[in-house]
Write a protein that binds this ligand. Sequence first.
Ligand code: SF4
Length: 360
Amino acid sequence: MAGRINQPQVAEEILAQNKADMIGVARALIADPEFVNKFSKGNAEDIRACIGCNQACVGHRLAHYAISCIQNPVSGRETQYPDSSTAASTQSTPLVRTVVVVGGGPAGMKAAIVAAQRGHRVHLFETTKQLGGQSLLAEKLPGRAEFGGVTTNLIHELKQTDVQLSLCKPGDKEALLTLDPDVVIIATGATPRLPDVEIEGIELVDSCQAIRDSSGFGQNVVIADWACDWSGLGLAQKLAQNGHHVRLLCGGSIAGESIQGIVRDQWIGELHALNVEVTTYARFYGAQNDTAFFQHMTSGQPIVCENVDTIVSCYAPRSNNHHAWLSDFAGEVHTIGDAISPRSVEEAILEGFRCAWEIK
Ligand code: SF4
């Protein structure tokens, strides 16, 4: 038996119930090649469980390049990063650095974990009381609960290191003066932004706010989806499931254009079943009272949505990469993840890994 068996306990249960004689595991091994070894040594809780997103494994294969895993960037890059678990103390030129990581999303957590695993002294600062960044939002959408596994797995790995974690505390001048780091890694993510259009007499809400709380939304919702990622599809589904009439107008040739094809196609099917009205090639122009105005991107024709109560905008957020407190710092500064440019958790974790790996 094979398919979506991401924990050895599940495999054991199937075998114990005589439902199969043998279990096959694929994606779970891409996410954690030590899956079987950890279980056989009694360390099943250390397994980095696959979350079934299909983004970097199936998604890469369909795009004709090497498979990987959003959670395990070494997968598919083994020759680039041999002995990736080896600590700096066993490398040929051991040099222990003091590293300050600013931001506790996936990028910052991965950078802190890998830097600590390689023997460096690492301090991780997060301004909120919770680690996880944007992935905490993704898990709130229908069918995306497993995305929480990314944060759970990273926190588990973090706890197995000597990283000094400071929650509710920004990395700032005080951290520089107190810790005197050699390296600062900026992983401060991005801030939601509203489109720069004229809005009058109607509520406009950004996607992050809408995911957190849509209780005050009116019956008829228009989603202006310029990002064409998981947020537009997920919000359309959530709001339609909650009984709203939803119109999703996106700036791509297909809704969810920037996400992996198999996931996207299934999602679009779910929206169709929920009677979500999808319009493509739509650029948001503004809104007045109960009317939202769009323009068809290739014909230039207007697209007018009437009887609108609430407009949600799904636009790429703005990178948080201005850090005046670093202006006098003479050491190394690296910026990773959404703080460079807002993208997905895959890039965030890859850049966190790569940046920490390259500290000399
Ligand atoms: S990319 Fe997603 S589905 Fe693929 S192995 Fe990694 S966690 Fe699993």
